[in-house]
Design a protein around this ligand. Structure first.
Ligand code: GLA
Length: 380
């Protein structure tokens, strides 16, 4: 059964009526630009075909009820404040709260959720959840909320209500990506450019290698990276690390005494340039040539930002040894997924090589499939 059909069936079963509509929002991968978002920098994600679908209808009585195919019990809540609703339903309550905070009169609603975005794999299942519910409530409420302002609201739900100090990458990708395009986003101005990204037409493919190593920010590593970057910007006297370009790199690094802070800053400053260089190559149709930039991003995440784990590094090294143009980790880090840019006819061989490498290391087997650039949040 498709995700949409199962959301619809769950709605009928739980509420005994038909939903007013189905709203889908995808997970994402990022081509390049990791941890640059909260430094006001650049990112380049594309949306995945895997998505969360929210079947929603206005409710006759006040409050919101939400059920999910991943949870045994539905959750009901009225108007809440951060901290009142916990667990998976906090992402939904957070979206209602963020809309209310922004002055919208959110209609009471019944919601049923279904998803095929793998959880805890760095593919933004939480942004898919927030974005599907946000898009549904905006439509049902008839709100005048331009699409470029929606990711910020979903991000507020995650930052303030759920309490995860993430940037705006995931929600922007889930809401603003378009099919067959990569989304070049300036996280300061929120301006976007939709970059044509048709790998199949060039005989290329991107493999997604889910390391199946546990992926989580809860240990505070993500927040620690963010703090280091903010500290670097403070010492350098700029609003954000985005304001230092590679031309000013050496001078900036010379002002940072602390080795850890210096390496964190170097990752962000060089990563922003790598995003710009990647975009330039894609604009001129030189897709194969982005490979080395993507691999350089990985090296920088491994050595300077220190957010990779061995399962991820092994997947990158193996894919490269098997002939990939580039291989890199995507997402926040500490597990999650690796991407490999390959000739489409090399998919089987690369997959087999990675599976073998994991077996030799006695790692849990990775899950591997081919990515395509799908559509962002929408009513089905
Ligand atoms: C997570 C966060 C994003 C971003 C990435 C790293 O996915 O949610 O905001 O910082 O990590 O690029």
């Amino acid at each position: 059964m498709s995700v949409a059909s199962s959301a619809e069936a769950a709605f009928q079963e739980k509420y005994g009526s038909e939903p007013a509509g189905l709203w889908a929002a995808p997970g994402r991968v990022n081509l390049i630009g990791e941890h640059t978002d909260y430094n006001d920098g650049y990112v380049l994600p594309f949306a995945l075909p895997q998505h969360t679908v929210a079947a929603v209808a206005p409710a006759g009585q006040p409050g919101w009820t939400v059920c999910s195919d991943l949870a045994e019990e539905p959750v009901s809540f009225g108007t809440t404040s951060p901290g009142d609703v916990e667990g998976w339903a906090a992402y939904v309550a957070g979206v209602v709260w963020a809309l209310q905070e922004a002055g919208f009169d959110v209609p009471p609603a019944h919601i049923a959720l279904s998803s095929d975005v793998p959880l805890g794999s760095g593919l933004s299942s939480s942004a898919a959840l927030e974005s599907s519910v946000l898009t549904a409530l905006v439509d049902l409420g008839g709100f005048d909320l331009p699409v470029d302002q929606r990711p910020g609201l979903a991000q507020r739900a995650e930052n303030v209500y759920v309490g995860a100090p993430t940037g705006i990458l995931d929600q922007s990708a889930s809401i603003r990506c378009q099919q067959g395009k990569a989304l070049f986003l300036d996280c300061r101005s929120l301006e976007v450019e939709q970059i044509p990204f048709d790998l199949a037409a060039e005989g290329l493919a991107i493999l997604i290698i889910n390391s199946n190593a546990p992926h989580q920010h809860v240990d505070g590593e993500y927040g620690a990276r963010r703090k280091s970057c903010e500290e670097a910007a403070r010492i350098l006297g700029v609003p954000a690390l985005r304001d230092i370009t590679v031309n000013g790199l050496e001078a900036a690094l010379a002002k940072l005494d602390d080795d850890v802070i210096r390496r964190r800053a170097r990752h962000i400053i060089t990563e922003n340039q790598r995003v710009l260089d990647t975009v330039e190559l894609l604009r001129s149709g030189r897709t194969r040539e982005i490979g080395p930039l993507l691999t350089a991003s990985h090296t920088s995440m491994r050595d300077d930002f220190e957010i990779t784990v061995d399962q991820v590094d092994v997947a990158v090294e193996t894919a490269l040894a098997a002939g990939a143009y580039g291989a890199w980790m995507t997402g926040g880090g500490f597990g999650g997924c690796v991407l490999a840019l390959i000739d489409a006819d090399q998919a089987e061989e690369t997959t087999a090589a990675v599976l073998r490498a994991y077996q030799e290391k006695n790692y849990t087997a990775p899950t591997i499939w081919t990515a395509t650039a799908a559509a962002g949040a929408r009513k089905l």
